[in-house]
Write a protein that binds this ligand. Structure first.
Ligand SMILES: [Zn+2]
Ligand SMILES: [Zn+2]
Length: 156
């Protein structure tokens, strides 16, 4: 199953095809406390321009995490816009994806590409809701579910 999400783009890069559309669902591994309970829906449109592979499209994936304020569960969906260029030439070794080999031997690893783009787009400080009241620093009560008695007092 490890290579199930690899797309052969060698014909595209060689100029034999005008373009390639990829629709795939790829599982995404947890990342820094963020879990992805469902596979990401990946839609990519690939175009070759010389030795450059242009990748445009969208990635949609639900995620769950801990609220940065109250430690409750955050459940939302991420929508990532894809607009990337990957060097496809054999002689070119630089580029942001070089280390992870998103593109090797004419094959694009859609799962790896999606994971990297999702990870880099995860918002910092996810909140269960915009106006999360957080945990009371004095008594530890979750202020979303209950107003504690020290509510309103900010210093001792
Ligand atoms: Zn919260
Ligand atoms: Zn309190």
């Amino acid at each position: 199953m490890g290579s199930a999400h690899k797309i052969d783009v060698s014909g595209l890069v060689a100029g034999n095809r005008g373009g390639l559309v990829v629709d795939d669902r790829v599982p995404v591994a947890p990342f820094e406390g963020v879990l992805f309970p469902e596979a990401a829906a990946v839609h990519l449109e690939l175009q070759a321009s010389g030795e450059l592979l242009e990748i445009q499209g969208t990635i949609d994936v639900p995620l769950t995490s801990e609220c940065a304020r109250c430690l409750g569960t955050v459940a939302e969906s991420m929508h990532v816009k894809v607009d990337e260029q990957v060097e496809a030439g054999a002689s070119l070794q630089d580029g942001p994806f070089e280390e992870s080999n998103v593109l090797t031997a004419g094959r694009l690893d859609v799962a790896d590409l999606a994971a990297q783009l999702i990870y880099s787009a995860i918002p910092i400080g996810l909140l269960c809701k915009e106006d999360c009241k957080g945990i009371c620093p004095r008594c530890g009560e979750n202020r979303n579910s209950k107003e504690c008695e020290c509510n309103g007092e900010t210093s001792g």
